[in-house]
Structure formats: structure tokens, C-alpha cells
Ligand binder design. Structure first.
Ligand code: TTP
Ligand code: MG
Length: 418
């Protein structure tokens, strides 16, 4: 009989008060003081703050005016993204020495699959302690680690004893340590869903687990209910995916019939900009460079690229750049478009520039809209939400409403992340 697969050992590491901690490291006179990263004033928001400032109630994404009121004695710093990225790379280099399977999630957190190196969770704890110590020695920073048989429990665990925490979360401890937590800790439960569950008296994960059978499915749909209950029991099969630190994200499509009308070409660009930026947002990244690839009916292929003044994850911004590239730098000379691709590169965590430290109202509005749309798509499937402009009176050849699927005839779609 085949042996059952050995249990996995997954580690999640999240640095403590990352930007603020780097600033304190650079200027030790800040140690022990409330430090806020962000710009003061009406349009500013808090990027993060030291744990000393958190005691006053200050937190990430809070409008600066409120933070100033809560903690008048705070030291405000504008943030130095280049430095934080450099430190992030140095930490990544440390992590890479402990496992070939490292999946970065943001500028200051990553999953490591330790299954190959750690015999069991206790061994995982030993490795986590060594990683934390090495980060402390080399970078003079602290991080919090969670060690568990899967990604979900590892991520919950790393947050349980922040800052400077190290928590091992075996499956047996799910009832005592996971069930008392609020439903919002389950992946997939955003503020809206949490509110809905709370209004039904379902406040803790324990409430979900003990709800009468079928109740959750009636509230959220069968798929979501099943997913949440699996997590609530500490089950999560997702693999640590090192490929997620993509260098570029792109989509291209070949059309059965060459696109000739400007309107059809524009619709195709919009569809690709939509797909690529949705992937960006789902990975929590923004991009600096937009490129397009155009193959004409006679098989000439050109690529064109432009670097944006601010990185973005918004379809509108990417589309505007792609349109301009197409209009200004592609010459069809009467030929039709056989293949059209759109990609983004220069990927980074958001907040990499001034843009995230200030609230740009129009961009924020667009982002909120996009995130709401992403949420709806995730919940109800891709067909649930299109854009008005994506519903052409006449579909371009090979273009399909159903994202990412092949169109008629010889059309093909090649989304790729590399
Ligand atoms: P987090 O890991 O969420 O926060 P943190 O590291 O500052 O604090 P914690 O100890 O709770 O982990 O985010 C990492 C960095 O990302 C953070 O230092 C600053 C940046 N960031 C923003 O710029 N804006 C935000 O809204 C958030 C949440 C983070
Ligand atoms: Mg952090």
C-alpha cells in the first residue's frame, strides 16, 4: 500500500512594523518612541507605525488627521521606499538559504515550504528560530513567524504573538486557538461578508463550525460555505508557489479573423488591460511598465513599451498607456491585427512611491471600484461582471465574453506569468 504523503511544514514570516522598524534601525534615537510613516495633513494616510504608536490606536491606512489627534507626540517620517525594498531583498536572500520554495506575498512577508528540510513541526520551529535570529543579526530587525502544516494556519500563527512572535500551530490546536478568533480571520471573509455573518449571530470561527448544517450554505452559497468550513477546520491544500514573485504579467490573444476596425482593437486592448490588472491586484502588486505586442496579418511582430510616472494596478491607467503606444508607435499600414498582447513589468509592492502615502482621490475611487468588481468576480464567477464597453454589439472575431477562454476557430489565448 502506498504510504500517505508526509505532513507538510509551512512557515509564514511577517516583519514587525516593517517601514517603521527600518527607520528606527537607521536612527536608534527613535527606539521606544511612537514613529509614524506617512505624510501629515488632510490628504495624508498612515503607511504604518511603530508598536509604541499603535498603543494610541494609530494603524495602517488611517487618515493622518486622525492619527495626529490620537497621538500628538508621534514622530512623523515620509518613508523611504528604495531603502525598504533593499531591506526586503536582503531578507529574501536570507530566506532563500533555508528553502528553495519561497513565495513572497508582499514587501515584508513570505511563505516557505520547509517540508524537504524539516522532519516535523518541532523541527520547523527550530528553523524558524534560526531564520529570525539571522534576520536579527544581519538586519537588526524582528519578524514574526508561524509554523504549521499549511499556509492558512501558518499565516494565522505568525500573527498570534506579534511582534517578535514564533508560534507553532499543529492541527490539534485548531479548536482552542483558531475557533475563538473572529470570522474575518478566514481567507475569503472580507468586511462585508463578516458583517453579514455577524448580523446572523455568527461572530467567531467557532460559531461557523457549530452552525446547523446547511445554514452557511444558505447564507453564502455552497461553494463558499464549503471553503470556509474547510479553513475553519484547519484544512488548506494550497501549495507554496515560488513562481508568484512574477517579473511580468501578460496576456495575448490570436484572432481567427484579423482585427481591422479601431473599435475592435480598442475593445481587445481593454479586455487585456482588464485581465492583466486583475491579476496584478490579486497578487497585491503594482506595475511600472506597460508593453504591447502586435502581430499583423502578414506575420510582422512588433513590441512597444512605456514606463509610467507612477506604478499602477488600474485598468484605466494601463489601457491609456497601451492605447497611446498603439496609436503613436505602431504602424499597421493597412494591415489587420492577427495577435494582440498586453503586459506589465517592473512589478512591486504598492506603496512604493508617494502615490500610496497620499490619497489620490480619483485613483482611490477607481481602485475601490476595481476591488469591488474583483470581489464580485471571485464570489460569483467571471461571467458575473463585465464592463459596458466589453459588451460589443458585434464581437470581434475570436473574442469571447468569457475571459481567458478560446474564441472560435483558431483563436488562442495565452495568459502568462513569468
Ligand atoms: P504589514 O505587514 O501589514 O504591517 P507592518 O509590517 O508595518 O506591521 P505588522 O507588525 O503588523 O506586520 O505591512 C508591511 C508594510 O507595508 C508596512 O510596514 C508599510 C506598508 N503598508 C502600507 O504602506 N500601507 C498599508 O495600508 C499597509 C497595511 C502596509
Ligand atoms: Mg509586517
Amino acid at each position: 500500500m502506498a504510504r500517505p504523503p508526509s505532513p507538510r511544514v509551512v512557515l509564514h514570516l511577517d516583519m514587525d512594523a516593517f517601514y517603521a522598524a527600518v527607520e528606527v534601525r537607521e536612527d536608534p534615537s527613535l527606539a521606544g518612541r511612537p514613529v509614524v510613516i506617512g505624510h501629515r495633513g488632510r490628504r495624508g494616510v498612515v503607511s504604518t507605525c511603530s508598536y509604541e504608536a499603535r498603543r494610541f490606536g494609530v494603524h495602517s491606512a488611517m487618515p493622518s488627521v486622525i492619527a495626529e489627534r490620537l497621538c500628538p507626540g508621534a514622530i512623523w517620517l515620509p518613508g523611504r521606499m528604495a531603502l525598504y525594498v533593499e531591506v526586503s531583498h536582503a531578507i529574501r536572500a536570507i530566506l532563500d538559504r533555508y528553502s528553495p520554495l519561497v513565495e513572497p506575498l508582499s514587501i515584508d512577508e513570505a511563505f516557505l515550504d520547509l517540508t524537504g528540510t524539516a522532519r516535523d513541526l518541532a523541527d520547523g520551529r527550530r528553523i524558524a528560530a534560526a531564520i529570525k535570529q539571522e534576520i536579527r543579526d544581519r538586519e537588526r530587525l524582528t519578524g514574526s513567524a508561524g509554523v504549521a502544516p499549511n499556509k492558512f494556519l501558518a499565516k494565522v500563527a505568525s500573527d498570534l504573538e506579534k511582534p517578535d512572535g514564533l508560534v507553532v500551530f499543529p492541527l490539534e490546536e485548531v479548536p482552542t486557538r483558531l475557533w475563538p478568533l473572529p470570522v474575518g480571520r478566514l481567507w475569503g471573509v472580507g468586511p462585508k461578508t463578516a458583517e453579514r455573518l455577524n448580523s446572523q449571530g455568527l461572530v467567531t470561527i467557532s460559531d461557523l463550525v457549530h452552525a446547523p448544517e446547511g445554514r452557511l450554505a444558505r447564507l453564502l452559497g455552497e461553494g463558499s460555505a464549503e471553503h470556509l468550513l474547510a479553513l475553519a477546520h484547519g484544512h488548506d491544500e494550497r501549495a507554496v508557489e515560488p513562481g508568484r514573485d512574477a517579473k511580468s504579467i501578460s496576456e495575448e490573444r490570436t484572432y481567427g479573423e484579423d482585427l481591422t476596425s479601431p473599435a475592435d482593437i480598442d475593445k481587445a486592448l481593454l479586455a487585456r488591460a482588464d485581465g492583466v490588472t486583475r491579476e496584478l491586484r490579486s497578487q497585491g502588486l503594482v506595475a511600472r511598465t506597460v508593453h504591447i505586442k502586435v502581430r499583423t496579418g502578414d506575420f510582422e511582430t512588433v513590441t512597444r513599451a512605456v514606463t509610467l510616472s507612477e506604478p499602477t494596478d488600474l485598468a484605466e491607467v494601463v489601457l491609456a498607456a497601451a492605447r497611446e503606444l498603439f496609436r503613436e508607435r505602431v504602424s499597421l499600414k493597412g494591415r489587420g491585427v492577427r495577435l494582440l498582447g498586453l503586459g506589465v513589468s517592473g512589478l512591486e509592492a504598492p506603496g512604493a512611491g508617494q502615490a500610496a502615502l497620499f490619497v489620490d482621490e480619483r485613483q482611490e475611487k477607481l481602485r475601490k471600484l476595481a476591488q469591488t468588481a474583483d470581489g464580485i468576480r471571485e464570489k460569483f464567477g467571471k461571467a458575473a461582471l463585465g464592463r459596458a464597453r466589453l459588451l460589443p454589439a458585434r464581437k470581434p472575431a475570436g473574442e469571447d465574453d468569457d475571459e481567458g477562454e478560446e474564441g472560435g476557430g483558431e483563436a488562442s489565448s495565452l495568459p502568462s506569468v513569468d
